[in-house]
Design a protein. Structure first.
Length: 423
């Protein structure tokens, strides 16, 4: 192993502290009640989306002091922030009311149509479709967009204040696992696939035949299990959509879907999708009667801040991650990637694996399969997870999702995925 620099060691220490901070986020939420005079600071420290940005700021401050302004700015200029910017743009567009209401109405129509000849309650079928079809739909509109749409559907229809906590955690656990896996039917939708598809020549046919059928099987099994286990609570707590909303004309819906498609199509080119986002915001401002009040701007910025910090801190972990991966057999790579993913963003993990020279098809499948299978266990394991947390955390006690609760809830669905992808 080459000599390790002080910056690499400090970055790894800060990365570990950031990971520990994410697991302590619910503790800070409790502190806000004990110390009301400092409730604002406690809430800030308890925001999972803020964690990596804060610790990345500590790293940058240290670099300014240790190596100077010129070298620090040179390092930052080499960091690619395309993914955080894309997630921000896709969340804002996908969370707009014309998009969410169209998806909601479409899923509700399908659930009513299917429920008629079947002895299944419509709310239960709607829940199942939300947990299965929308995550798989993420292979077309990207995982961040699928996470945003599914989380909004669940928040507004099922996760009421009286819904038992165990059902809420089971729901978010399955959702995170299904979104992480549901985006791998195509080579552009899942961050963990997108970042390596061109390097390894993985096209649509390869993704469908190698990953796609396994992903669809896992998503359906997980959605069926959680729907069956909590069917009574789901039917009891289901709510109708808000009434009295201004009807949205067809041409407005069409324009929003054009912008959504445009942002997805130009996902690699912030110089194009950012101006598109600005034009979109201008049009949305011109017709506020067709939009939500906040348009998810705050939540989207927090998620982008989280991912930006993750890129800054995670990008310097190559010195220990790459040797760890290159020394493993394909089988060990599979389980090792699954074990590392809860602590390292799966896109960063697959990117580092793509830098390893002389890998074969078995190694590549193993590292990617392990990374996507473990993508639902923690908030940092998959890029769309912070978006889901930002939308759904208000449904949980103290307005925070317990990292341990999420891990335990996602363990069962992850085990199903691990078995299917291993076989």
């Amino acid at each position: 192993m080459a000599s390790v620099s002080v910056i690499e060691i400090i970055s790894t220490v800060l990365f570990a502290l950031a990971v520990a901070h994410t697991f302590a986020s619910s503790y800070f939420a409790h502190l806000s009640h004990r110390f009301p005079a400092h409730a604002g600071l406690c809430h800030l420290l308890g925001e999972v989306e803020v964690v990596f940005g804060l610790w990345a700021g500590v790293l940058i401050s240290f670099m300014f002091a240790y190596v100077g302004r010129a070298e620090t700015l040179q390092h930052i200029s080499q960091v690619r922030f395309t993914e955080p910017m894309f997630v921000f743009a896709i969340m804002v567009v996908a969370a707009s009311r014309p998009i969410t209401s169209s998806v909601r109405d479409g899923v509700r129509w399908v659930s009513r149509w299917i429920a008629k000849p079947l002895p299944v309650r419509e709310p239960l079928l709607l829940y199942f479709l939300t947990m299965s079809v929308i995550p798989l739909f993420g292979s077309l509109i990207t995982e961040p967009a699928a996470m945003t749409l599914a989380a909004l559907m669940l928040r507004d229809t099922f996760l009421s204040p009286t819904m038992p906590q165990k059902v809420k955690y089971a729901t978010i656990g399955v959702l995170f696992v299904n979104v992480s896996i549901g985006g791998v039917l195509t080579p552009y939708a899942a961050p963990a696939i997108l970042i390596i598809a061109s390097s390894w020549d993985w096209d649509l046919a390869f993704m469908m035949t190698t990953f796609g059928w396994r992903a669809a099987l896992v998503v359906v099994i997980n959605a069926l299990v959680v729907s069956y286990l909590f069917r009574r609570a789901i039917v009891r707590e289901a709510r109708e959509p808000a009434v009295g909303e201004t009807p949205i004309p067809l041409f407005v819906r069409a324009i929003h879907f054009v912008f959504l498609a445009g942002v997805v199509y130009f996902a690699h080119y912030p110089e194009i999708f950012i101006p598109m986002l600005l034009i979109f915001l201008g049009l949305a401002t011109a017709y506020p009667q067709f939009q939500n009040q906040t348009m998810m701007l705050r939540e989207s910025m927090l998620v982008a801040f989280f991912l930006g910090g993750l890129v800054v801190l995670g990008g310097i972990q190559t010195w220990w991650l790459q040797p760890a991966l290159s020394g493993m057999s394909p089988e060990l790579v599979y389980w090792g990637a699954m074990a590392l993913t809860p602590f390292v963003d799966n896109a960063a993990l697959t990117y580092l694996a793509s830098l390893v020279q002389g890998t074969d098809a078995a190694f590549r499948y193993s590292v990617v399969a392990g990374a996507i299978v473990g993508g639902g266990l923690t908030v940092i394991a998959n890029a769309p997870n912070p978006a889901g947390i930002a939308i759904l955390k208000g449904c949980f006690e103290d307005g925070a999702v317990s990292p341990l609760g999420l891990f335990l809830a996602a363990a069962g669905p992850t085990a199903v995925a691990a078995l299917v992808f291993y076989i």
